[in-house]
Design a protein around this ligand. Structure first.
Ligand code: ATP
Ligand code: MG
Length: 561
């Protein structure tokens, strides 16, 4: 850890929503801090009302709520327009017999209609099930079947990937083209909001499937407090911000930090259609003067691999940048800081946690390699195998004192799985391993299952991977434990090389020595295999270490028969 602690990046001077972390943390309660939300005043709660309608009632109806950009198309909608469209969709859902608690799936590309559909479902008290637009038939079928969705909102294109016959619960399919073509008289101003209890179901998200079958994580309306507060302090949203979250609302980041958190804080959001393209992304930042940008390590690594491309664009509007989903390698933070001139703020949370738990705040120093410190109101514990708290500096299970407002309500249809997160009294167990330093900074070590045990030493893959990609030839790296008769496991690295670096024995040896010298002898990979690309979760693009490891296990089993 001493290596990781050396290069601290100080905060950029400025005025931020949360000025003093230590003082805020000391006096924080979730009840106090959410007084700004309307349900604390009126006693009536609905997350869709809080997220959009409230702003219209409070006089901000004309403010631009969203920019939609897809190639040459550019649309904007005000909060009033978003509210009216949401009412329109909600009316149609009601006309189709949708009632409180029904699961309504949304299978749409990243368009305003996708966001509006989610809000419409929530507005009438049903549970929204957003699906990522790149899902193929089986992914769509498995998720709707898992929680018996009855209604699906989709479009003429994506419906081709909906195997209706294999989804018996599905009664109705609604098409955005038809909804858009149906006239709606917004001057009617019907009261469509279903007021709900804090614990009523809000949205169901399926996890990324990095460690097995995706789990249906059900969140409750109470989560808005967490969404609002983390949007305010971590995203540091101000009303004048142009905020761009690159995730699709089918993933929890795309809904919580792509829709709820920014709109609860009344930001103007950017919805970008189409696939990743470094040129288009930089261009979008320049054109819309994006101020706040939330993306993922994979995307930042891809931009980094484009070298000087950033120099052709004006990125000066950017004032705050965040990352989530996978470990953020120090190399990437240093690249952004040295070349692009901004800090990337890592955030750690999970589908199950419903909101940020460990964060880098804009007012606090960043220690590259660390995910940051607990959000105010969140207590972190590093636990041993019996659930006892370990002292600072020890690797253990990353646990959070439960509950908090964003915490999931249930895993759909799987009480045993749900209970498995709470096996130690008072704690939520994340399944990740981490170390916490004296100052409270938490360093991710790997998923519990990814930890390598070599000759009695525990080695976290993340640190080794981060060192590997510091070598100029290495673009991406995944490190796993390969079964070894003497050591138990040995450290094996899979890497992809940059275009200008042909694979040679000498180069691989140089890379090995680079890690040995700069990290440690015991963690340096004993084997390095060059691959064209790393296996990743089909769509969310997370590196699948378990797949690489499984292949190594199978290979070694073959050798032993
Ligand atoms: P599944 O639960 O289906 O196996 P998943 O865990 O990848 O998939 P998500 O809920 O999308 O599904 O991801 C949460 C996990 O992502 C965390 O448990 C952690 O392993 C990883 N993660 C998220 N943010 C970070 C981060 N900032 N640094 C390191 N790892 C992170
Ligand atoms: Mg998980």
């Amino acid at each position: 850890m001493s290596d990781l602690e050396t290069k601290i990046i100080s905060p950029v001077p400025g005025s931020y929503n949360l000025a003093n972390y230590q003082e805020t943390k000391a006096s924080f309660t979730w009840e106090d801090t959410a007084q700004e939300l309307s349900f604390h005043k009126t006693g009536k709660l609905n997350a869709a009302y809080e997220t959009v309608d409230r702003h219209v009632d409070e006089g901000y109806g004309d403010k631009i709520a969203l920019h939609y950009v897809n190639d040459d198309e550019h649309r904007t909608l005000t909060f009033k327009e978003v509210k009216d469209k949401t009412d329109h969709y909600a009316r149609i859902l009601l006309n189709n017999g949708v009632t409180k608690g029904d699961r309504v799936f949304i299978f749409l590309p990243k368009t305003p209609e996708c966001y509006i559909s989610i809000l419409a479902v929530i507005k009438i008290g049903a549970i929204a099930g957003p699906l990522f637009e790149a899902f193929m038939e089986d992914a769509v079928k498995d998720r709707i079947n898992d929680c018996q969705g009855t209604v699906l909102i989709t479009d003429n294109e994506l419906v081709k990937r909906v195997p209706k016959k294999d989804i018996p619960s599905l009664e109705t399919i609604l098409f955005t083209e038809e909804i858009e073509a149906t006239p709606y008289d917004s001057s009617r101003q019907e009261d469509l909001v279903e007021w709900v209890d804090e614990d009523d179901g809000l949205i169901i998200h399926y996890t990324s499937g990095s460690t097995g079958k995706p789990k249906g994580v059900l969140h409750a309306h109470r989560a808005v407090t967490h969404h609002y507060q983390s949007g305010k302090w971590v995203l540091d949203i101000k009303e004048e911000d142009v905020y761009w979250c690159t995730s699709h609302p089918g993933w929890v980041t795309g809904s919580v930090y792509g829709l709820f958190a920014p709109w609860l804080n009344r930001a103007t959001i950017v919805i970008q259609g189409g696939r990743f393209s470094a040129e288009k992304w930089y261009q979008l930042i320049e054109d819309l003067k994006v101020t706040t940008w939330y993306s993922a390590p994979t995307a930042f690594r891809m931009l980094m691999s484009q070298g000087d491309l950033y120099k052709s664009y004006d990125l000066s509007s950017i004032r705050h940048v965040l990352s989530v989903g996978e470990p953020l390698n120090p190399e990437v933070i240093n690249w952004a800081w040295n070349k692009l001139g901004f800090r990337i703020h890592d955030t750690w949370w999970m589908t199950e946690t419903g909101g940020h738990l460990i964060v880098n705040l804009p007012t606090e120093p960043i220690k590259p390699g660390s995910m940051g410190r607990p959000f105010p109101g969140i207590e972190v514990g590093i636990l041993d195998a019996e659930g006892n708290e370990l002292p600072h500096g020890s690797v253990g299970q990353l646990a959070i004192r439960a509950p908090w407002p964003g915490l999931m309500k249930e895993i759909w249809g799987n009480k045993d799985k749900f209970d498995s997160y709470f096996q130690y009294e008072g704690w939520y167990i994340s399944g990740d391993l981490a170390v916490q330093d004296q100052e409270g900074y938490v360093f991710f070590q790997g998923r519990d299952d990814d930890m390598i045990n070599s000759a009695g030493e525990r080695i976290g893959p993340f640190e080794v991977e981060s060192k590997l990609i510091e070598h100029p030839a290495v673009v991406e790296a995944a490190v796993v434990g390969k079964p070894d008769p003497i050591r138990g496991e040995l450290v094996k690295a899979f890497i992809t090389l940059g275009n200008n670096y042909p694979e040679t024995k000498e180069l691989l040896e140089e890379i090995r020595i680079f890690v040995r010298k700069n990290l440690s002898a015991h963690a340096a990979p004993r084997e390095i295999e060059v691959v064209k690309e790393l296996p990743k979760t089909k769509i969310s693009g997370k590196i699948l270490r378990r797949k690489l490891k499984q292949a190594e296990i199978e290979k070694s089993e073959k050798l032993h028969v």
